[in-house]
Each structure stands twice: as C-alpha cells, then as structure tokens.
Ligand binder design. Structure first.
Ligand code: GLY
Ligand code: MN
Ligand code: MN
Length: 435
C-alpha cells in the first residue's frame, strides 16, 4: 500500500476545525501481555490510526486547535538495540516528515510536554473511559497544570469526549476507506468460497477455520477482524460460538461468520451451507426465508430510509416465514407485536462496519432512528436459530442460519461489497458440487 499522509492530515484538519479551541490528546492502544515474554498480536487504536496512519505502539497524538492549529506526534525513539530485537522504529524525526506532523517528539517527553501544552487551553478533548491507566495519567497531568495557577497558568476547564466528534467523522467513509473495505470484502468472499469448496462430513470445524485464515493471510490480510465462528449443526444456534472444535456431521448445516481485517478495516460475512453440499427439504425451507428476509433488508438499505428500516423489513419476512413453518402463531402483526419471533431471531439485523467490526456512530439522533446517508457502511445479517423444544416441529431442530453481507449506502441506493460469496441455494450447491 502506498502511504499517503495527506489523507490523515486532512482528517486532523477537519477535527481541529470542529474542536474550535482546545487540546486533543489521543493515545494509541497499549501492547497487551499474553504470558511470559509474549504479547498478543498488536493492534493500534482505531481513532489514533484514523488520524495518523501510524501503527507503532507507544504513540500519542496531540492536536492544538485555534487560530494557529498545531499537530504533534509522540512516538518511540530510534534505538538500535531494541530495533535488533523488535524491528524498525520510525523515530520522531522521520515520523514528523513521513506522517505530515508539525512536530514529533520522543514518547519519553510526553508528560513534560503535555503539562506545558495543556496550559491555558480552554478544553481538553480526550477519549475518557477508554483506558483506565491513561485516564489516571491524563487527570494527573491536568492536576499538575492546575498547580501552576499562581503563575497565571490555567488548566482546561472542560473535558470533552473527543469520540463525539470522531465517531461521526468515522461513520461516513471516504473514498480511501471504501477502497480498502472493498478489497477486504473481496478477500473475505474468497475465503468463504474456499471454505465451501473444502467442507465435507467428518472433518473438524477448526480445519475449515484454517482454510479461512489461509485465504485471508495469503492476500495480505494478516488477521481476522474478529474471531471466526465456524459452527456445525446445533453449534450454529450459539450466536457467539467460537469453540470451533467439533466434527462436522453429514446432513447438518455449517454456519461460518468470518471476515478479515485489511489495512485496519474490517469485513464481516456470514454464510450457511450444507456440510454434504445439498440442502435437505427442511433446511431449504428455513434458508429461503432467511434469504428473502435479507433481500428485503438490503432493498430497504437506501438513502433517506432510517437505520431501522432494514431491520423492520427483515422482521416482516421472518415473521411470515415463522408462521408458515409453525414456529410462530397468529398474524404477522401479532407476531411482531408480541415478539414471539424473538425465540428464533433474537439479534438485530446489522451494525455499522468500518475500522471496528461493530463500528462507531450513533444509531439514533435524539429519540429517532437516524437516516441512512451515502458513505455509511452497515452489515445486513438476519438469521434464524431453532433450538429443540416441545412446541417446535422436530424436523427443524438445531437448524441455525444467518446470512450476512456488507453494504455501502450510495447516492442512488446501495452497493453490496460481499456478493461474490455465493448465497442462493442453487449457487451454493453448484459450487460445492464442482469441488
Ligand atoms: N461477526 C460479528 C457480527 O456479525 O456482528
Ligand atoms: Mn456482523
Ligand atoms: Mn458477522
């Protein structure tokens, strides 16, 4: 990927304009120890990355708004000894230039510099509550500034949550972000195709997971955006199943919810298909209902429709389907009113998607669902999960189905990023027959 610092500089400029006055302090994520000398794979903080493009740990972004805005990065110093063990560090001198900051300093200078920079700033913009250790450190630094009151220096009166501004910016994806998200989605669709080709009875869920990870990594997406769900048979009725260690049974369905992260952006796809390549009559009956609900929800994902319109559209189709299957009783309106559908469909139909798989952004403005607008990206993921129960037809027991795609709202309607992963009964069966 060619790194273009202007994209990040423009985002910083937009944030500075919205802040008007004050100082913003945005740390990246801490490294997290796994055990002994090993750490979990490092993942930067999304807000920090959004404004910097910088992926090293131990870094903090500082922005000063006002008539003469200023942008600063604090990062690790060059250190040959550490670089021999842990790899390259950009270092403050090169970072200022390469990442387009007005200035960059060693992270070791952070406390001293912040005590200076916070002085006489009217407001402190900070992601309060994100990280307890940072909260304490920042409040302590603010107290240190307060102690300078007799020298005529004031600490920021106001602490504002910088995420209120950033979440709204991040909700609308720019062309650079959409390009990455299209590529992430394309890799994930290949992974789902690969999993369908590979799946057969008597292998283990983790073997299918390995195929997904192989496809992600071999296209440059080194990590999944979240732990892959590879759930055969009844496991599909556990919404957050991540055990992935059961043997796949002939005649069952396999639900895979998996997506890669590419260059800091998530994809999120679910497909459900027969382990032996052919849907049974009962599985097909349920599958067609979920697929129709998804089609209705995607059609409702249009500019000016509200955030909730796709969910409402999916629910109506599901409710009618559940009545036809004798899972629910009464009219569609009654089923929606008494919420009896919730026994089989207990989650919502999607979420914002971006750097985080459940991305930031408000879903309501005041008391009202917000309108969908071009540049927003959401998932559309209805499902049906049928646990064994006396009042449920036995032929449907343990069928768990979800179908999930990633959708960008455009000026004219929407763009589905993940259509290349087969989802009609005919397309799935054809792909599996050929392999
Ligand atoms: N994979 C998480 C979700 O679908 O929300
Ligand atoms: Mn999702
Ligand atoms: Mn998902």
């Amino acid at each position: 990927m060619n790194f273009d610092p202007t994209i990040y500089a423009q985002r910083r400029a937009r944030l500075l304009t919205q802040m008007q006055h004050g100082i913003a302090i945005i740390p990246t994520a801490p490294e997290v120890a796994r055990n002994a000398d090993t750490h979990y794979g490092y993942r930067h903080d999304s807000n920090f990355y959004y404004l910097s493009g910088f992926i090293e740990p131990e870094a903090v972004l500082v922005l000063i708004a006002g008539d003469e805005p200023k942008t600063m990065l604090f990062c690790r110093e060059k250190n040959l000894e550490r670089e021999i063990w842990d790899g390259h560090r950009v270092g403050p001198d090169a970072a200022a230039e390469q990442f387009g900051f007005d200035a960059a300093y060693s992270i070791a200078q952070l406390d001293e510099k912040l005590t200076e920079l916070m002085g006489n700033q009217p407001a402190l913009f900070y992601p309060m509550g994100d990280d307890a250790a940072w909260d304490q450190r920042i409040l302590k630094l603010r107290s240190a500034v307060q102690e300078k009151v007799r020298s005529g220096i004031r600490a920021p009166d106001e602490i504002r949550d910088v995420r209120a501004l950033l979440n709204e910016m991040r909700l609308f994806k720019d062309a650079h972000e959409l390009d990455i998200m299209r590529r992430a989605a394309a890799i994930s669709t290949r992974a789902h195709q690969r999993a369908m080709r590979f799946t057969r009875p008597d292998i283990f869920e983790y073997q299918v997971e390995a195929e997904l990870l192989h496809e992600f990594c071999s296209h440059g997406a080194r990590h999944p955006a979240y732990t892959s769900i590879v759930a055969g048979g009844a496991n599909a009725c556990v919404l957050h199943y991540v055990g992935n260690n059961a043997k796949l049974t002939d005649g069952d369905l396999l639900l895979i919810d998996a997506g890669c992260e590419l260059d800091g952006y998530a994809s999120d796809i679910t497909r459900t298909f027969p382990i032996n390549g052919k849907f049974s009559a009962a599985q097909k009956d349920v599958y067609e209902i979920v697929l129709a609900a998804q089609a209705a929800a995607i059609s409702a994902a249009q500019p000016k429709q509200t955030w909730n319109a796709p969910h409402d559209a999916a629910l109506r189709v599901l409710a009618q389907g559940f009545i036809n299957l004798k899972l629910c009783h009464g009219s569609v309106d009654e089923v929606l009113q008494n919420e009896s559908y919730k026994k089989f469909y207990m989650h919502r139909t999607g979420h914002w998607l971006g750097m985080d798989v459940h991305d930031v952004g408000d879903y309501k403005i005041g008391d009202n669902w917000r309108a969908l607008q071009p540049g927003m990206v959401l998932t559309v993921e209805p499902g049906c999960y049928i646990r064994p129960a006396d009042d449920v037809p036995m032929a449907l027991w343990n069928i768990g189905i979800r179908i999930e795609d990633d959708v960008v709202i455009t000026e004219k309607g929407n763009e589905v990023l993940t259509n290349a992963a087969p989802k009609t009964v005919a397309d799935i069966e054809e792909l599996m027959r050929k392999s």
